[in-house]
Every structure is written in C-alpha cells, then in structure tokens.
Design a binder for this molecule. Structure first.
Ligand SMILES: *Cc1c(COP(=O)(O)O)cnc(C)c1O
Length: 462
C-alpha cells in the first residue's frame, strides 16, 4: 500500500490521500490534483515485461494508491474483465506504424480504460465510507456512454447524463439510452451542448445544493483517470522493448490533454519514450502551444473527430505546472492571465524550444479523410477519424531506430459517417452497435432550464 500524498498545482490546498484525491476530483483552490512525487521505475521494466495487462496495472497503480493489495488487485481484475480482447490493449502493425488499440472496452472508445476503473474505485470508497454519490454529467458523445458503463448497476451511485436532444449521433445516443439499469438516468435536454454545460456549471456552483444531493462529476481531470491511462503506455512499450527496441515514440490524438499527459507521466517514471507526438484536429490550441509557446483560445469548430473539439484543455494545467519548474506561484500568475485574457505565453529564452520531448501538429478534414483512405487501401486497416489525426501527424516524425506507436482511441464503427465520407462505402461495423438498432431505450426529455434539472435531481437523486 502506497503512502503517496497529493497536492494542488496552485499550492493552496492541504495535502490529500489517494482516496480523497479520487473523490474530490478538482482541488478546492481551483487547481488540479497531482502526486507529491513521481516514482521512478526504470530498474523494474525488464521484470514487468512478462506481466499480463491487469498484473502490470496493479504494479503501477499500487505505487500511487492507498488500497490494500488484495482489494486493489481484485478491483483491477473486475475493471478489465469487461474488455473483449485478452490483451486489453493489443498492438497491431499497419505499414510503417504500430497501432495500439484502446477500443476493446464496453463502449468501444478509449475512455472505458479509465472509467471502468473509476466506477469501481468510487464504489469501493463509498462502501467504506457508507456514502452515496449522484454523478451529474453533460456530454456531446463519448464521455457519457463510457461514464454510464463505468457505474451501471452500482448500488451507491446514480448517474444523470444530459445530452443535447437530437444533437448527438444516433449511435452515441443509443449507446447511452439503451442502458436500462435503474441507477442510470438519461436526460435529453431541449437545447445545445453548451446549454447542458452551463446548467451543470451553475448547479455545481451552488455548494449547498451540491452537498445536500451528494453531487459529483467524472470529468477528465480526475487523477484516477490519468493513472489508469499510464498503464497502456507501459504495456505497449514493453512489447516493443522485448522485441529489441531501445526507445519508442507515441502519437496521441488529443483534445483535453488527458491521454497524452498519461504518456508524459510514464516518461517521467522512466519508460524510454523518445518523442510524444501530439495531434489535434482544426481545434489546434495545443499544437499551437507546443510550436510557439503561446496558449490562446479561439472558437470551437465542429470537425470529423468530435471528441477532440475542445479549446481549453482541462488537463493542460498539470503539464504547465511541471514545465514552470513546479512553482505554484508562477503557475497561478500565468493561469490568472489566461483566465483574464484567454491567452498565456511561456517565458522562453531566445532559441529555446517549448519542450523537446514533444512534436505537435494538426490534421484538417481533408488530411483526416486522406489518411483513412490511405490506411484502408494500402494496409487494409480501418482508422477512426480521431486515430487518423494522430497517424497523419505521426507520419512526419517516423524514426529509423524507434518504433512509432499510434494510439487508436475509438473503433471506426462509432464514426461510420466519417468512414463513409472517406471510402464511399459503409465499411465500419461492430456487432455491438448493430444490435443497438433494435434495443429498448429509456430517456426523459427536459427543457434547457436549470430549475427543471434541479427538480429532476431532487426527485430522483439519493
Ligand atoms: C476523449 C477522446 C479523445 C481525446 O482524449 P483527451 O484525453 O481529451 O485528450 C480522443 N479520441 C476519442 C475517441 C475520445 O473519446
């Protein structure tokens, strides 16, 4: 059992244990929760290369978590028993790259890897504290269904997921509304995704209401999500090291900087990653930052990879904290500038790179479609549009020595429209999604009105 403590990037929160860090999500001083130190594991890598995915997850997570070994082991086993592949995150070769498939979980997107574990962690902690939790979430697609599958059927948890009525893809809507467990509440809000988010923020600002109804969130800044995501970097890299590679490169399609941040932590722990290739779509705030040192918001535009249609990347503050030399005061001052002006600039010496560990680029609609076409024609591999952005940027950074691993974040069948646009044919299918077409669904329609949602919660929440 680890005695790891957790601190806030803004330095004004007293330190927390792992279980409080998981339950709290966001630090009370407005910062993000991070471990007080990052364990170094280089000397253990060779002995870890024989471990199964769940056994490797156990070794890594136990460095950060204060659960008894046998409880943690059982919880991890249960979290990954829902995956449809014996390796959990298998790697397949496609032409010059290796694709790390992160989409074998129950909702066919990589968010399952974190949310299956988070749901079980919440349940474990609530049982020990005799507590209850009502999760309120707003989704434009992927997060909602992965969160629902993470907590369905759990006795101490109810989940309320708002989606904009008629504005999420039919597949994504059915993935959510076909879950009939009594602790799952789908709300089709008569408004936009923005309306859903505004309502959620307003309700969370009312601290008395939040406490009375035990409200919580599952957002991507939860430390347990980042932690769960480190595991596949190790698992995939160890397969390459076993085959003789000395270092590896990872290409990561990103929106909230969650997935790639886990890779950055893995590198700090001693995993030999020579390059992190960051890929965005047209919403390119992160790639602009790594190329120029300026992080500045612009308007969100809709793209073929909707799960990355994000401007303010919620996990970016964690990276910035380390990049500023772990100085909470410097961080606070830059974040205050950003909150006031929508822009911040990293102080750089002349000729200094933002970070030599990163290469960054973006893929527009045409590059995304062309990459899907190329990989289907030349390698008979079907990329989903998110993965295609990563592959597109990775192609500019292939190395002769170090294998390039591209993270595949969704099954292509989840984004059948993009596949049709790229290939002119309906090639992407998955039996799970085909079966949903006739599944029974349950969903309540509500107006885009804060008091209507509050009344709904008062009626149905613990
Ligand atoms: C959420 C998501 C991403 C982006 O992940 P971040 O952690 O926000 O960077 C990429 N692809 C898919 C399919 C997703 O669901």
């Amino acid at each position: 059992m680890s005695a790891m403590t957790y601190i806030s990037t803004r330095g004004q929160t007293k330190s927390l244990g792992f279980q409080d860090a998981v339950m709290t999500g966001l630090a009370p001083d407005g910062g993000l929760i991070i471990p007080a130190k990052i364990p170094e594991v280089s000397s253990r890598l060779s002995s870890w290369s024989t471990l199964s995915y769940p056994d490797l997850a156990f070794e890594l997570i136990k460095l950060y978590a204060d659960l008894p070994d046998e409880d943690l082991r059982e919880l991890i086993q249960r979290s990954y028993a829902t995956f449809r592949h014996p390796e959990i995150t298998p790697t397949v070769k496609a032409g010059p790259i290796h694709i790390v498939e992160l989409f074998h979980g129950p909702t066919l997107a990589f968010k399952d890897i974190a949310l299956q574990l988070l749901g079980n962690l919440f349940e474990y902690i609530l049982e020990r504290r005799s507590g209850h939790l009502n999760i309120l979430a707003a989704t434009s697609g992927d997060t909602g269904s992965a969160a629902i599958y993470g907590v369905r059927g759990k006795e101490r948890i109810r989940i309320f997921v708002m989606h904009p009525k008629g504005r999420v893809s039919p597949v994504q809507e059915r993935q959510m509304t076909s879950v009939l467990d009594p602790n799952v509440f789908n709300l089709a809000v008569e408004g936009t995704f923005d309306d859903c988010q505004q309502i959620m923020k307003a309700i969370f600002r009312d601290v008395a209401f939040k406490e009375k109804y035990h409200l919580g969130a599952v957002n991507s800044v939860n430390w347990a999500r980042v932690l769960a995501q480190m595991v596949y970097y190790f698992y995939a890299a160890l397969r390459q090291l076993e085959s003789g590679a000395r270092q590896v490169q990872f290409a990561v399609p990103t929106g909230n900087f969650g997935d790639i941040l886990a890779g950055w932590y893995a590198r700090q722990m001693g995993l030999p990653i020579s390059l992190l290739i960051l890929a965005t779509n047209e919403n390119d705030i992160l790639s602009r930052f790594f190329n120029t040192g300026t992080y500045s918001v612009s308007r969100v535009v809709p793209t073929l990879s909707p799960a990355m249609d994000i401007q303010v990347a919620s996990n970016f503050e964690r990276y910035l904290y380390y990049r500023l030399g772990q100085d909470p005061e410097k961080l606070r001052s830059l974040m205050e500038t950003f909150e006031a002006t929508g822009s911040l600039t990293l102080p750089l010496a002349p000729g200094e790179a933002v970070d030599p560990l990163f290469a960054a680029g973006s893929a527009d609609r045409q590059a995304t479609l062309a990459t899907i076409q190329e990989f289907w024609r030349e390698h008979r591999y079907l990329l989903d549009p998110h993965t295609a952005t990563g592959v597109h940027v990775a192609k500019r950074h292939l190395s002769r020595e170090d294998p390039t691993l591209c993270l595949a974040t969704a099954h292509p069948a989840k984004f059948g429209d993009a596949i049709r646009q790229a290939l002119g044919e309906d090639l992407a299918h998955h039996e799970l999604l085909d079966k949903l077409e006739t599944a029974k669904t349950r969903c309540d329609t509500v107006p885009a009105d804060e008091s209507a949602i509050r009344n709904y919660l008062k009626d149905k929440a613990f």
